[in-house]
Design a protein around this ligand. Structure first.
Ligand code: TXA
Ligand code: MG
Length: 523
């Protein structure tokens, strides 16, 4: 079929209305995204929408009306809260769900006993609905699963040859689909956030809930409040990963990525191929540009895209909701001070791992270094240590480390005591250095309770014989002292059970390969 491109002239609008009235499909602009319209009261017309989009037939459509009172024959009852929303907002990027009337075919409601109604703000849309003389079912005019179309070109890319006509009305004002709120639940619930925000709705009808599926994926076996929630959405071909970081962390991170693209904000300083979607403090600009940029990234051949996280407030909630679906819920959290925490038993060989991570551009924060710094000549921490481990561990302002180690590492209880004095200070010193992509290298990371400050935790392990050999050589101590130190530590299980990843450093396994695999998975 030839897809005609129409304008917003009176003749073209009348023609578009005629097509819909006669059971055909017309894509048209709305203030949110382009819709693919058909007669909502005709099962056959509606079925051709599903076919053109490749959309699962249990995913119901929104019925679009031209006047407020056009809702009356479509629903069982206009509940008082629905009427309040209509009076306050319609026409608007807002869709309300009520019990449906008999005239709504199952094909339109996806077999549900409810129907979604919206009166678009966009005038071209309302003129077309009026011209058709029927309520117009219209999902977003994209191929199911792809980003919604915000320009006529996007519709043409997806629908050319599959529908009767496209009315070109320029770029969409908001760029994300309408807010969907159901009024058939005890507390009105937002099923999809949009430009009409939760705060705006609450001002009119009081308490409004946010469906848990808005910010999280659906759990296995969960029944969708809105069938659309369970399907893959807004996904370009590229794999999108959201980076939860501030501007500087994001830039540092992204600029070290190879073969990747960035989906950043205006003004971000990015040295890899990138597109920006609006500016950091303007959620409306982000909404307007997001879908277009997702499509452009595909055109640029992007395979992997690191997207900067939007704020989740106001319209940003809608932006985040779309982006997290485009990313199939993949997020990297760099807001924590340390990207990786590295720990393990003494002698396991964290040093080798750090060397390689440093080569890869990570900043290494060595807790032992700060621990030594903390015990330099005349340290203010000495009195506390002396009170616990004996006056004689400090002589002429100098700490006798061997003596302290002998007294502290003799038992768990004594070790804990030493830790309770040292750890809070070491933590402060380390945190002061944390910046960008960094690794906290800390044998006592778990004991010091620093795991929550690390995005991911890696344990390094090695067989005991190897660890013994390493620490004897490194610290120049006897076999007995080495064994004592090892037995004062937690067993291997303690580290493994609390870590996200393990690196085996037994002198045989390839450390670089293990680290590459970890980074591949998390970044
Ligand atoms: O902004 C918009 O709403 C655009 C423009 C074209 O108006 N339309 C749009 O339609 O986004 P669509 O089909 O892409 O998304 C409609 C969403 C789906 O997630 C669907 O599951 C949900 O609304 N929905 C429709 N009827 C429903 C119902 N009766 N109960 C629960 N969810 C419903
Ligand atoms: Mg859609």
């Amino acid at each position: 079929m030839e897809t005609k491109i129409l304008t917003a002239s009176d003749t073209d609008i009348a023609f578009a209305g005629e097509i819909i009235k006669n059971g055909g499909l017309v894509a048209f602009p709305t203030e949110t995204v382009y819709g693919l319209g058909a007669n909502a009261l005709s099962s056959d017309a509606v079925k051709s929408i599903y076919k053109a989009k490749g959309r699962p037939s249990d995913n119901p459509l929104i019925v679009h009306i031209a006047e407020k009172e056009d809702i009356i024959p479509l629903v069982k009852e206009v509940l008082p809260k629905a009427q309040a929303l209509i009076d306050a907002f319609f026409p608007a990027p807002l869709t309300i769900i009520l019990k449906k009337s008999e005239i709504i075919p199952d094909a339109t409601s996806g077999g549900l006993d409810t129907v979604a109604i919206r009166m678009p703000e966009n005038e071209i849309a309302r003129r077309i609905i009026k011209a058709s003389g029927v309520p117009v079912a219209a999902p977003s005019a994209n191929t199911s699963g792809l980003p919604s179309p915000t320009r006529a070109k996007h519709v043409l890319d997806d629908m050319n040859g599959k529908i009767d006509a496209i009315v070109d009305g320029g770029d969409c004002k908001f760029g994300v689909e309408s807010t969907v709120i159901t009024l058939v639940t005890d507390v009105p619930t937002i099923l999809r956030p949009g430009a009409v925000t939760k705060e705006m709705l609450e001002e009119v009808i009081g308490e409004v809930a946010l469906s848990s599926a808005v910010l999280e994926g659906m759990k296995d076996g969960e029944i969708a409040a809105s069938p659309g929630m369970k399907y893959k959405h807004y996904s370009p071909r590229a794999k999108i990963v959201i980076v939860d970081a501030d501007k500087e962390q994001y830039e540092t991170f992204v600029n070290t990525r190879k073969n990747a693209f960035a989906l950043c904000f205006d003004g971000d300083e990015i040295s890899i191929p990138h597109l920006s979607y609006g500016s950091e403090n303007d959620d409306l600009s982000q909404a307007r540009e997001l879908f277009d940029r997702l499509r452009q990234l595909d055109e640029m051949g992007a395979r992997k895209v690191y997207a900067r996280i939007p704020a989740k407030s106001g319209v940003g909630m809608a932006v985040y909701n779309r982006l997290i679906r485009a990313a199939a819920f993949n997020i990297i959290d760099l807001k924590k001070p340390y990207t990786l925490g590295l720990t393990g038993q003494t002698g396991a060989g964290k040093g080798f791992v750090c060397e390689y991570l440093k080569e890869l551009g990570f900043k290494i924060i060595d807790a032992d270094y700060y621990s030594k710094k903390l015990t330099k000549k005349n340290s203010p921490i000495f009195p506390a240590l002396q009170a616990e481990f004996g006056e004689d561990i400090v002589k002429d302002g100098v700490l006798n480390r061997k003596l302290l180690a002998r007294r502290a590492f003799i038992s768990r209880e004594r070790t804990d005591k030493l830790n309770s004095i040292m750890h809070p200070e070491i933590k402060k010193l380390c945190r002061a250095q944390a910046k960008g992509l960094c690794v906290l290298d800390a044998p006592q990371l778990l004991e010091a309770d620093m795991q929550d400050e690390c995005y991911k935790l890696v344990s390094v392990t090695a067989p005991e014989s190897l660890r013994l050999k390493r620490i004897k050589e490194r610290d120049n101590i006897t076999d007995i002292e080495a064994k004592e130190r090892i037995s004062a530590q937690h067993p291997e299980e303690y580290y493994l059970s609390q870590s996200d990843f393990t690196v085996i450093n037994d002198g045989k396994s390839d450390i670089k390969e293990q680290i590459n695999r970890i980074l591949e998975e998390i970044l």
